[in-house]
Design a protein. Structure first.
Length: 648
């Protein structure tokens, strides 16, 4: 929920700048807005009203003595328990909002109070008497916070586009970020597409003096410790009960809302278990929403219907396509940075429908990370000896790869298997140094290929002491894939439709509990999420408990072999309008498009999609002015000239 933008440090940007920046975040909070400023600070806020819909929940919010000011984007799910504790200590509250509880807690405890929070948030706290500030973000990075240091200020915002409202905002593309994006499909939390901008990392705090922001420092208030024992054993009965109780309480506190709440119900066990827990909460009155996709491979309506009937939930099903190429411009505007996960198309379509039914939805996100559900975890474990042997035989495999065609499937697989330090497990779903990049990148950027995936390999190298490759993969995903891809996808798509998504499996208590189990308790070489499957066997219909989730699949390879898909690539990436961008090489794109359309050997649908999203992003964000506050229409307009970006 909500969005904030502001600054700390010297100078004032002026009312018109803050008004424009705030307008760019209106979709995050259409219900109310506010602005407060003082000597050396200012913050504008856009509110999506969820708890205490009255004016008493207005932000920015000040303490009764006006010493502390808080602007806060997100939800504190345990605010009732915290409020009771504070009331026992003599505090009194005027509103029923979590904002007032959070303000009181932080005023009393400062940064140490962050460890008491169970929620998702990005916040600014200003102490006008001590002349200090705190910027902070939730443990797992559910809510975003961008910032930049410019002209003696630290400027911050929920979305990058709001920081571009400053007339002196830098707009120089970071070439390494372009390479990382094309290799990974998203930008990790350590990268930003424009040089000089940063993302506050999950569980991060940036704090210091309002009078000397140049010395402000960052630190972490939480770290996740993963048990790297490989022992295989089932849960004990006591552990099974702990899991059920933790999930039930995680769902219960996420149902706290003064507006309607629903559940995104797919055919998978994660969302079904969330729905099962929600159905048992007295007075919850939760509805379930399932999107039925036209494409049979993506449709899970029958499984979702079985769950809803079993639980006695009100269930709504709506037919929707899985998103199409005409959404590319809208996605690029909302996502701020190039974002190449094609499932964003489907999730964007889902959120558009969901906003007609409720304002808050629970999801099953986080179950795969915590309980080892990803295919890459299972198959790496299954082929553990091959992955290990590939690292040992790396030199020979790389030599063999050089004997294969540069853009062949075989070269791609051999180069991945030959990665050192069991790197095939880290790069399972995509090779950051994909051989195709040396061709499609513009010659000006090819010099940065040597650092491709540097963030991934740095994180992977930090886990070499772990005994379990699964633990290493999970640690990598918590650092990169979860905040950079999954949570970015969910936040931008939901906020685009003024919708709040809450994820019980991201409750830090549940995450820490799963982290303490041996890895062999979570998965084997055949399937993952073994503790959740055991719980599902007791709570869900057999067809759901033993079923397989399809996910938000998008038929990219097929799309880019259709006349419409081919035409779009030619118009966006190969026309004369695209040449000034100097981000990709036209002849190389033409070549991979031809190979892709021929349908022989390796498919390049994913690469073409990432390039298409890069081009669409550049149209909105690579000019001399900030993005317009008006959302682009949902249509593809051929032959529109792209704005030229400043050189890298």
């Amino acid at each position: 929920m909500c969005g904030l933008v502001g600054w700390v440090g010297g100078g004032e940007p002026g009312h018109s700048v803050m008004e424009r920046a705030s307008r760019l975040l209106r979709h995050r909070g259409p219900d109310d807005h506010g602005f407060e400023q003082g000597q050396g600070w200012g913050v504008a806020f856009r509110r999506l009203s969820i708890l205490d819909l009255s004016p008493l929940g207005h932000q920015p919010m000040s303490s009764p003595d006006r010493r502390f000011v808080l602007a806060f984007n997100g939800e504190i799910y345990n605010y009732i328990e915290l409020r009771r504790e504070l009331e026992r200590e003599g505090e009194r509250f005027r509103s029923g909002s979590d904002t007032e509880v959070l303000l009181c807690l932080l005023a009393r405890q400062g940064v140490s109070g962050l460890s008491r929070l169970n929620g998702m948030f990005a916040l600014l706290l200003v102490d006008t008497e001590a002349r200090t500030f705190v910027l902070a973000r939730d443990r797992l990075g559910v809510k975003p916070l961008f910032y930049t240091r410019q002209r003696g200020q630290i400027r911050f915002a929920s979305e990058l586009k709001a920081l571009l409202a400053w007339p002196d905002a830098h707009r120089n593309i970071e070439p390494g970020a372009v390479v990382d994006y094309l290799g990974l499909g998203y930008l990790p939390e350590t990268d930003c597409i424009f040089a000089g901008y940063s993302k506050l990392e999950p569980a991060g705090v940036l704090h210091g003096s309002l009078d000397d922001v140049g010395r402000a420092r960052t630190e972490r208030y939480w770290d996740l410790a993963l048990n790297d024992e490989r022992a295989a054993r089932p849960l004990t009965s006591a552990e099974g009960q702990q899991l059920e109780d933790l999930l039930a309480d995680s769902v219960r506190i996420r149902l706290r809302s003064d507006v309607p709440v629903g559940v995104f119900l797919s055919g998978g066990i994660d969302s079904a278990l969330v729905a099962a827990a929600a159905a048992k909460v007295p007075g919850a009155n939760v509805m379930a929403l399932t999107v039925s996709f036209d494409e049979a491979f993506a449709d899970e309506t029958a499984l979702a219907q079985a769950t809803a009937e079993h639980l006695g939930l009100r269930h709504y099903t709506t037919v929707q396509d899985s998103g199409d190429l005409a959404d590319v411009d809208q996605l690029a505007w909302y996502y701020d940075e190039p974002f190449g996960d094609p499932s964003a198309l489907s999730f964007f379509a889902l959120c558009k429908v969901a906003a007609k039914h409720a304002t808050v939805f629970l999801s099953g996100d986080g179950g795969d990370e915590a309980f080892g559900g990803y295919r890459r975890y299972i198959e790496t474990l299954r082929f553990r000896r091959l992955v290990a042997a590939g690292s040992r035989l790396g030199y020979a495999l790389r030599g063999a790869a050089r004997l294969t065609p540069p853009l062949s499937v075989m070269r791609y697989r051999l180069q991945k298997l030959a990665l050192p330090d069991e790197g095939a497990a880290a790069a399972f779903d995509g090779l950051p140094a994909d051989p195709v990049l040396s061709g499609v990148l513009h010659p000006d950027l090819r010099g940065h290929l040597g650092n491709s995936g540097e963030c991934l390999w740095r994180h992977w190298g930090q886990s070499t002491a772990m005994r379990s490759v699964t633990a290493r993969q999970q640690q990598l995903d918590y650092a990169m894939y979860l905040p950079g891809d999954i949570l970015t996808k969910v936040d931008r798509a939901s906020m685009a439709h003024s919708l709040e998504v809450r994820s019980p499996f991201l409750d830090y208590r549940l995450v820490e509990w799963a982290a303490r189990l041996p890895r062999g308790t979570l998965l084997d070489g055949k399937e993952g999420k073994l503790p959740l499957r055991a719980l599902a066997a007791r709570k869900l219909p057999r067809s759901v408990a033993q079923g397989r989730k399809n996910g938000f699949s998008v038929p990219l390879d097929q799309w880019f072999r259709t006349p419409a898909g081919i035409q779009l690539i030619r118009e966006r990436l190969l026309s004369s309008d695209a040449r000034p961008l100097r981000l990709w090489d036209g002849p190389a794109v033409e070549r991979i498009l031809s190979l892709h359309c021929a349908g022989r050997g390796r498919a390049f649908g994913t690469v073409l999609w990432r390039l298409l999203m890069l081009q669409a992003w550049s149209r909105h964000y690579c000019g001399s002015s900030a993005p317009e506050a008006q959302v682009p229409p949902r249509q593809v307009r051929p032959h529109l000239a792209a704005q030229e970006c400043p050189g890298p």
